[in-house]
Design a protein around this ligand. Structure first.
Ligand code: LUZ
Ligand code: MOS
Length: 760
């Protein structure tokens, strides 16, 4: 056979879902054909944030046409318990309700309309109890979801005593609604026997499987969970997809019919948790050269009514308390506070952004009081190679200074600064603000145990390949990356690979697709499976070609070769199949090197860190408080990006989502625990009109880590934290208008807050 002499370029911008998305053919949960006899579920939830259930009247609802069953906690065959980390959350409320939106009853009806009408006919009386919505109030009442935690490095007290400058203050950041395009939902079907198959819009199929099994009182092998793809997750479906899947499974268990429930947007907004709001205090000490010598942070996390993932989110706040800076003396103390809000949960960044906002506020405050530009303090304290984090890990291949200096140079910062100064001198009622935002984000689940994955690979007798992993495609492009991994392993085309759904019977005990680690963990497991098949094929070829050993055999461009011998991939597979060689393999991966001692708060929890720097430029209308972002210019550490288009999409999307959190997304609950921002007309997320006029992303091409898949670093969460720069660029524009303006370090910086601050 002949070999194409020109080496084909590796694909670096491939998205298997793009053709489906742009032609509207992408299949989501609600696109599954419904089986005859399918029933529809709907939740009746509490309208009171805290109280005792005194009476429930379902008689009117039960009598309505089409109503099949109304399920309460009494109907649960197993445990009424859905808590993921701590068993503190019922699926259906028993005597007490703890937040507005807590499910009390589950209606099962022949149609969605019947379920809806029945829901409106249900009457529940609740005797109100004390409502807490503020984490500091909860702290004062010692209402904690988990034990307080402290990370410590050096001795802050001794260090503060020696500091030239010490500043203290408060910072707070608000919650954030996930607004995944596809709301929560699931569809359960009876498998014929007592087992149940569930299609779920989840980031964590195993979490769904485990929770359903527990609530139904069956073993996990009776529950199959299947996920094709989901229409966005952002952390909101890491844990909180489980209740809806459990409800439909419960419905199927009790009726032996298929049961479906896809939440309406309004229900989803009411019942599900959001990013944890935080209230924090800081103390920062600097020497005469603006080196940060000591930093203390006290973080009060608003956890909501149950632990959910909040204890783990609290950990990540501590891990990221000093962002991209080296601080030799650190004390970070965090409290997970129980309030009467829906249990808050994972959201892109997972507590990291909340922690990083606090040290950025402290630096900005210090800079202001010292009369220097904040970026000079930021720059003076960037992490260097070998610096120690408060949790004991030291930086390796640290790119903090590299990203910063490249951003400064490539985007002509000196000139930008001069232009902004000139603009501000010439304009009285509009002002521009500049801000730098460096990021450093640790890659791995902070819970070491979760850093593992598996994959299943079949090479079919016609040489086509089918792969299954534990990764969930949620729009982040992981399907494309998995296909790239398999294609590059076998040296064949992406088109020859079929990625199967994520299914708990093919790949078991998965960690959720989260922590930015999905492509790394599942990709490495997939490589392991592919390599097992490759090794078997090589052993066969050694015999077949009578080679001395297998070291010279190459899998490239659909051809397998060793010196002067070549065979096409298709021919090799056919031959191997005839020789009865096993063409399937199960791969496994567990991140090496990582460990963490929870008792001492020390270890090496992250496989590696991702770095980057963003420069923000905004313009504030000082009469109206309106603002726009002129530009966000980024240098990001991708390692060796395996898919530039997918990775660029993650940077742009993460940036804008972080900016939304910091500027316009204002989640408001009143003192009764009522969600005031209860629809997308009064909860504003960024749209095409509010994104920066210019977004530039430069790829800092570095060696990349061996622990990153194909040396292409994790890219899911880190860019969200660039968004924090939006807050400070607005603050700097405000200060250009009124140098005595009060900056409250209370995000989001809405137009109202800008206006109040301008004239404070
Ligand atoms: N989920 C989790 C996460 O369970 N542990 C983590 O460390 C994490 N980090 C980011 C997002 N989700
Ligand atoms: Mo996430 S916050 O990586 O589910």
């Amino acid at each position: 056979m002949t070999i194409n002499a020109t080496k084909k370029k590796k694909k670096t911008s491939f998205n298997v879902d793009a053709p489906l998305h742009v032609t509207g053919r992408t299949q989501y949960l609600d696109d599954l054909p419904e089986l005859a006899g399918t029933l529809y579920a709907k939740v009746y939830y509490s309208r009171v944030a805290h109280g005792l259930i005194e009476a429930i009247d379902t008689a009117k609802a039960m009598a309505m046409p089409g109503v099949v069953r109304i399920i309460s906690h009494k109907d649960i065959p197993g445990e009424n318990q859905i808590g993921g980390i701590i068993p503190d959350e019922p699926l259906l409320a028993e005597e007490e309700v703890h937040f507005i939106g807590i499910p009390i009853l589950l209606i099962i009806a022949e149609t969605e309309v019947a379920a809806h009408k029945a829901c409106e006919a249900i009457e529940v009386q609740i005797k109100p109890k004390r409502i807490i919505t503020d984490p500091i109030v909860a702290y004062e009442h010692k209402e904690f979801l988990s034990a307080p935690k402290t990370f410590q490095l050096g001795d802050t007290e001794a260090a503060f005593a020696k500091c030239e400058h010490v500043f203290e203050g408060t910072a707070e950041s608000g919650g954030q609604e996930h607004v995944y395009l596809e709301p929560q939902g699931a569809y359960a079907i009876p498998n014929g026997d007592k087992s149940i198959k569930i299609y779920s819009s989840t980031q964590g199929p195993t979490a769904v499987q485990r929770t359903v099994a527990k609530v139904l009182g069956v073993s996990m092998n009776q529950i199959e969970v299947d996920v094709n793809r989901i229409g966005g997750g952002f952390g909101g479906k890491e844990d909180q997809a489980s209740p809806w899947a459990t409800m439909v499974a419960l419905g199927t268990y009790l009726t032996n019919r298929p049961v479906k429930y896809i939440l309406e947007r309004g229900e989803d907004l009411q019942m599900t948790g959001k990013r944890n709001p935080y209230k924090s205090r800081y103390k920062i000490g600097l020497d005469k050269d603006y080196k940060i010598i000591a930093f203390e942070g006290k973080y009060f996390q608003n956890g909501g009514a149950a632990a959910d993932l909040s204890p783990a989110i609290l950990d990540r706040t501590l891990f990221h308390a000093t962002n991209s800076y080296f601080v030799p003396n650190v004390k970070a103390e965090a409290f997970s506070c129980r309030t009467n809000l829906p249990p808050n949960t994972a959201f892109r960044g997972f507590g990291g952004p909340q922690g990083m906002f606090v040290i950025e506020s402290a630096i900005h405050d210090a800079a202001r009081q010292l009369g220097v530009a904040p970026h000079l303090i930021q720059e003076a304290n960037l992490l260097q190679e070998g610096d120690e984090f408060s949790y004991g890990q030291k930086t390796e291949d640290c790119e903090a200074n590299h990203c910063w200096s490249q951003a400064k140079k490539n985007y002509n910062f000196e000139q930008l600064q001069a232009e902004v100064a000139q603009y501000n001198a010439e304009n009285k009622y509009t002002k521009k603000g500049l801000a730098f935002m460096p990021i450093c984000f640790g890659i791995s689940f902070t819970n070491t145990m979760m850093n593992n994955a598996r994959a299943l690979v079949h090479v079919y007798s016609d040489a086509s390949v089918g792969i299954s992993t534990g990764a969930i495609e949620m729009g982040q492009g992981v399907s494309s990356k998995m296909i790239q991994v398999a294609a590059s392993s076998f040296g064949i085309e992406e088109e020859q690979i079929k990625l199967e759904t994520t299914n708990t019977t093919r790949v078991a005990n998965t960690s959720p697709s989260a922590a930015s680690a999905t492509a790394d963990l599942n990709g490495k497991a997939l490589q392991d499976a592919c390599n097992q098949i490759i090794e078997r094929l090589k052993d066969f070829l050694v015999e077949h070609w009578e080679l001395k050993d297998k070291t010279s055999i190459l899998f490239e461009e659909n051809t397998i070769s060793a010196s002067d011998k070549h065979i096409a991939w298709e021919d090799l597979i056919q031959l191997a199949f005839q020789k009865r060689i096993n063409l399937s393999a199960k791969g496994h991966y567990a991140t090496p090197r990582i460990h963490f001692d929870k008792a001492t708060g020390k270890g090496h929890p992250f496989a590696y860190h991702v770095y980057g720097t963003a420069i923000f430029r905004s313009t504030v209308d000082c009469i109206r408080g309106n603002y726009e972002f002129d530009a966000v210019q980024i240098v990001h550490d991708f390692g060796t990006s395996m898919n530039r288009a997918v990775d660029l999409g993650q940077i742009e999307g993460g940036l804008v989502q972080g900016m939304g959190w910091m500027t316009m997304e204002e989640l408001i609950y009143d003192e009764k625990g009522v969600l005031k921002s209860s629809n997308l007309a009064n909860y504003k997320i960024p749209d095409i009109y509010s994104v920066p006029k210019e977004v530039s992303v430069q790829y800092l091409e570095t060696e990349g880590s061996e622990l990153a898949i194909l040396k292409s670093k994790a890219v899911g969460e880190p860019p969200l934290m660039y968004g924090i720069g939006a807050y400070f660029s607005l603050a700097n524009a405000i200060l250009a208008f009124n140098e005595n303006a009060k900056i409250t370090y209370s995000a989001p910086m809405t137009t109202e807050k800008v206006l109040l601050s301008l004239y404070s």
